[in-house]
Design a protein around this ligand. Structure first.
Ligand SMILES: *Cc1c(COP(=O)(O)O)cnc(C)c1O
Length: 428
């Protein structure tokens, strides 16, 4: 007999911290044992007990083509057979860089890393090197990886200097991070008035995705572009999550704002560990070996990961794949809205591109504080009711959901039928 998820979780907890290698996987917010996965195919994943789920986590976003897409598997396998790593340049890096440029015209030069965390660290270091300034502005609830100075929560009052949001982060390391609420241009203005000459960059998730999907007000991103220019500081779009999820050039194309630097990750690795920071060539010229800003990686530009990324982006150029992503997401969110109305449950369904969120809040959230008004108990019940019905959502009310090009209309119908039952159960 195979071990059950419960058994594996108990054993894992003895040797792995919390039984997992990234905290949200532990189901702490929803309770119970996380499902241990055995395999994935297309829109479906299968746990160790053989139970099938329609997957809306997709490895937290990267698997935009679904699990084990034939083109990605083929490309990765072929690369692997030619040797998994060289620590020397390969043509695959050039190819993926050119492909990324096709989607992102603002990108003149690019550096690949092994994670989104490293991409954001690299972008900020480059911005600091270029401007010879230390301070950065980030937005409450936006996640840019787990670098010390980015694990920051707002202090008291608007646009204050940040306080560490994790044990182990010295206060000194967060003193140059200014935290402002999302969708609060006045807070940004105030921070620039106070610290303008010392602000190297503003970093933002142009569509917030790590508190669930929260959309920028129409004037937010243009305002950030304008004020950063005004103060000779840089604008960094962290599109690790929303890049490639918003078709035809990500958030910068959708909102018509050209940032100085862009961070990418997730989708560009096709399910392998890849990140990138990229943008203006005069800024990127600060980065070693062209310039004095040091940043490196033993496995950066890994050929297997590059091959998977190339295969993924090549597929994404297909208009029919983009149409599928659009149609399925629309079918899902419209169906969810209809279900909620019918069940007379107040909740907000938000989406852009192929990412979506359902918030149990009274009004459409515009920032982290709004998201936090969510009914946590309700989310917990909803999550488990969906899981029982073979629908795999992120085990936290603060995460986006994702649709892949492998999701079929039948998958969505089944999801919506399951949701109808789950919502009925909430009222009991
Ligand atoms: C996931 C994510 C990161 C961090 O990427 P990792 O590969 O997990 O290090 C950074 N920024 C955003 C917006 C993300 O969603």
């Amino acid at each position: 007999m195979n071990k059950t998820s419960e058994q594996l979780f108990e054993e894992s907890k003895q040797v792995l911290v919390g039984g997992v290698n990234s905290p949200v996987r532990a189901f702490k917010a929803v309770g119970g044992a996380p499902r241990f996965m055995a395999r994935g195919q297309g829109s479906k994943i299968y746990d160790v007990e053989g139970k099938e789920y329609i997957d809306y986590v997709l490895s937290w976003g990267p698997l935009i083509l679904g699990h084990a897409h034939p083109a990605v598997v083929h490309a990765a396998r072929q690369a692997l057979e030619n040797g998994s790593s060289f620590g020397a340049p390969t043509e695959a890096e050039l190819k993926l860089a050119r492909l990324v440029q096709e989607f992102y015209p603002s990108i003149e030069k690019i550096r690949f890393t092994s994670s989104g965390t490293e991409a954001c660290m690299g972008a900020i270091r480059a911005a600091r090197g270029f401007t010879s300034r230390d301070k950065i502005i980030k937005f409450e609830g936006c996640y840019h990886g787990h670098a010390d100075y980015l694990l920051v929560k707002a202090g008291s009052g608007a646009s204050t200097l940040g306080e560490p949001d994790s044990a182990g982060v010295p206060k000194n390391f967060t003193k140059d991070t200014i935290v402002v609420p999302y969708n609060d241009p006045a807070g940004v203005e105030q921070a620039f008035k106070r610290h303008g000459k010392n602000i190297a960059a503003v970093i933002i998730e142009p569509v917030a995705g790590n508190i669930g999907v929260v959309l920028p007000d129409p004037d937010l991103l243009p305002f950030l572009r304008e004020i950063t220019r005004r103060y000779d500081s840089l604008l960094i779009h962290d599109e690790v999550l929303c890049g490639f999820r918003i078709p035809d050039g990500g958030a910068q194309a959708r909102f018509q704002v050209k940032p100085d630097l862009t961070c990418l990750g997730k989708v560009i690795g096709g399910g392998f560990p890849v990140g990138a920071y990229a943008g203006r060539k005069d800024v990127m010229a600060c980065v070693s070996p062209e310039g004095p800003v040091y940043q490196a990686g033993t496995l950066s530009g890994n050929p297997v990961a590059m091959a998977a990324g190339i295969a993924t982006l090549e597929e994404l150029k297909s208009p029919s794949i983009q149409q599928t992503l659009h149609d399925r997401t629309l079918q899902l969110v419209q169906g969810m809205d209809a279900n909620l109305k019918e069940a007379r449950i107040t909740a907000q369904v938000l989406s852009i591109g192929s990412m979506f969120s359902l918030f149990f809040t009274r009004k459409v959230p515009r920032n982290y504080a709004d998201v936090k008004t969510q009914n946590a108990e309700r989310f917990k019940k909803y999550f488990h009711a969906m899981l029982e019905r073979g629908i795999y959502l992120a085990p936290s009310g603060y995460e986006a959901g994702f649709v892949s090009a492998a999701h079929t209309p039948e998958d969505i119908e089944k999801t919506l039928a399951g949701q109808q039952e789950a919502l009925a159960q909430l009222k009991k």
